[in-house]
Design a protein. Structure first.
Length: 97
């Protein structure tokens, strides 16, 4: 999936692991992560993700800022209470008019 946004926009972003999780396996909110890497591989999560939380099978956070013209990879890492690890990837482009 490719997401395009402007640098001034901030809004919720989420990944639903419902189709990945076997019956009885649940996400561990304390262990789940949303990581944002720029095109050089540097971690931008601290400045671009806030309010991370888990609701059922959904890992969500608020997507902030970003540099105009930059491309990022958002990695949703769902970790479960029994040690399972599942991932979802979104490619992000920041494009101001």
């Amino acid at each position: 999936m490719i997401l395009v946004k402007q640098s001034i926009e901030n809004y919720p972003i989420a990944w639903d692991f419902e189709n990945d999780l076997p019956i009885g396996e649940i996400l561990d909110g304390a262990q789940c992560e949303i990581n944002v890497l720029d095109s050089a591989g540097a971690d931008q999560s601290a400045t671009m993700i806030s309010d991370k939380q888990v609701s059922g099978t959904i890992l969500m956070g608020r997507l902030l800022n970003g540099a105009n013209g930059a491309d990022y990879t958002i990695n949703f890492v769902g970790k479960t209470t029994i040690g399972g690890v599942y991932t979802g990837i979104v490619y992000l482009q920041i494009r101001n008019p």
